[in-house]
Design a protein. Structure first.
Length: 265
């Protein structure tokens, strides 16, 4: 499995705590959004749960025309305060908590500087928004990543509302989640992240409760075919084998489903 069970358990605990405090509108992205989307169908058909996630990905709406005061009162600003209050450490465009890999106890920022990386595991929270704003760094303390595909959620209304993890949030439609994964996977440098992305793409295509040909059409209407081809053509046999080991599906089946997405409708 890409992640240890205790890593996903700790991540889930934080996700419950964070979402129980956050104000709307907030959107759940990444691996946990995939889990919620596919797990019922995946477990019904395979007799086991789909992979959980470690990192927490959050999406927010920002209007580039907002005043500084409006930005200060936004869901993004309020959520950043929650993360600060929970002692997450800001690093670049991310927040992180460090844990001892043996005791699974939280490690302070000062203590983490004295540790070797292989003695710790890190839980990241990655916030991003649909648009950039000139004053964002003054509010959140860093240059916020932007994901234009979030406009499908916050502007076009392509989402469902779920109340998992102790709060209310927007869950993107599966074609949006697939599209974000197809965009991000070619630039992944960590092996476990790539394996999880490939697994998520397959799972979303096959276990979202949407007919595959309908899903294929939706994805190809969401992002460019060149983006799809670039991602899929980069997946290797070794990576498909690793995905197969992680989720218990034959590698040939995973490859077949993903590569079908590259074919013209």
């Amino acid at each position: 499995m890409p992640y240890q069970e205790y890593e996903t358990e700790i991540s889930r605990e934080h996700l419950n705590a964070i979402f129980s405090q956050m104000q709307e509108p907030v959107c759940l992205l990444g691996g946990w959004a995939v889990y919620i989307t596919v797990n019922t169908e995946f477990s019904n058909r395979n007799g086991r749960n789909y992979l959980g996630s470690k990192d927490i990905d959050l999406g927010f709406h920002i209007d580039p025309k907002w005043s500084l005061e409006e930005l200060k009162n936004s869901a993004l600003a309020q959520s950043v305060k929650i993360l600060d209050d929970r002692k997450f450490i800001g690093i670049g465009s991310r927040f992180v908590k460090n844990y001892d890999i043996v005791t699974r106890e939280e490690i302070t920022e000062e203590e983490s500087k004295k540790r070797n990386m292989y003695d710790m595991f890190q839980l990241f929270v990655d916030p991003m928004a649909d648009n950039q704003h000139a004053e964002t760094q003054k509010i959140v303390g860093f240059a916020l990543l932007d994901e234009p595909l979030l406009s499908r959620v916050f502007v076009d209304g392509n989402y469902t509302i779920l109340t998992e993890f102790g709060g209310k949030f927007k869950l993107p439609m599966p074609e949006t989640l697939i599209s974000t994964k197809l965009k991000s996977v070619p630039i992944r440098t960590q092996d476990d992240k790539r394996i999880k992305d490939i697994s998520d793409i397959y799972a979303l295509l096959w276990y979202s409760g949407v007919d595959f040909h309908e899903m294929k059409q939706r994805v190809r209407q969401t992002i460019k075919s060149q983006t799809i081809t670039k991602a899929a053509s980069g997946f290797t046999k070794e990576e498909y084998d690793k995905v197969s080991n992680a989720i218990g599906i034959p590698p040939e089946e995973i490859s077949r489903v993903i590569n079908e997405l590259t074919k013209e409708i």
